[in-house]
Ligand binder design. Structure first.
Ligand SMILES: Cc1ncc(COP(=O)(O)OP(=O)(O)O)c(N)n1
Ligand SMILES: Cc1nc(C(=O)O)sc1CCOP(=O)(O)O
Ligand SMILES: [Mg+2]
Length: 208
């Protein structure tokens, strides 16, 4: 499996957001370290998810950037994505691995060491760990775990840990010190006035 990028751009499909414009801006700056995760609202249809995933796959292909699909693994397969990401409400990791096959990238959400170890044993190739900080992007999350919570997971597993939740360029160094391999962001790129510049700032922190 090729090495994983350290900057995971998660698509923002909330009303008023423009995920493809953000992606077009970020790709030339971050391609060597970029992973794109297609994440749509729960209310989106599979057709909408598929259409977005196809467009993201096509935009990413010339840059060699992998596209993952959140939750909907049939969409990942149909769109020719490199893999998927699952959490507690999705297919179990072991079933997701069977669906995607042995070579796919498979991310799993883990918030503490015990479930992290179980996810890796079940076939996760990286872990999304958070929420690191408060975020307004997603409702219903448990309390933030901070850099210390990330470190606890890092020390328990031997796969890349991708820190998520309220991640900003300013917060990246502390997460790297805690052992995070990379970060996943929605708002830090989607909400930026200049997404290319925001990506460069995130990458600066990740390169330390
Ligand atoms: C990199 C990364 N980490 C965590 C998540 C969250 O996944 P999940 O817990 O399944 O929640 P939803 O994103 O499906 O709402 C993620 N998507 N990516
Ligand atoms: C989709 C998602 N999952 C999280 C988790 O902790 O499981 S936090 C999150 C949203 C991340 O958005 P932002 O970078 O804008 O905070
Ligand atoms: Mg999910």
């Amino acid at each position: 499996m090729p090495s994983l990028g350290r900057l995971h751009l998660i698509t923002d499909t909330r009303p008023g957001r423009d995920p493809l414009t953000v992606l077009r801006a970020v790709l030339p700056v971050a391609h060597a370290e970029l992973v794109v995760q297609v994440r749509v609202e729960d209310t989106a249809t599979d057709r909408e998810a598929y259409d977005l995933a196809r467009r993201v796959v096509a935009l990413c292909a010339p840059y060699g950037v992998p596209c993952l699909v959140n939750d909907r693994l049939h969409v990942a397969l149909a769109a020719g994505a490199a893999g998927g990401h699952v959490g507690a409400a999705d297919l179990p990791v072991e079933a997701a691995r069977r669906v995607l096959g042995p070579d796919a990238v498979l991310g799993a959400t883990a918030r503490e060491p015990v479930s992290a170890v179980a996810a890796v044993e079940a076939g996760a190739s990286y872990l999304g760990v958070g929420p690191c900080h408060a975020t307004t992007t997603k409702d219903g999350l448990p309390p933030a775990i901070g850099a210390a919570g990330v470190r606890a997971v890092v020390e328990a597993v031997n796969v890349p840990v991708i820190a998520i939740g309220g991640v900003t360029a300013e917060g990246v160094p502390a997460l790297r010190v805690a052992g995070a391999y990379g970060v996943a962001v929605v708002g830090a790129l989607s909400g930026a006035a200049d997404p290319a510049r925001a990506a460069a700032e995130l990458l600066r922190g990740l390169s330390c």
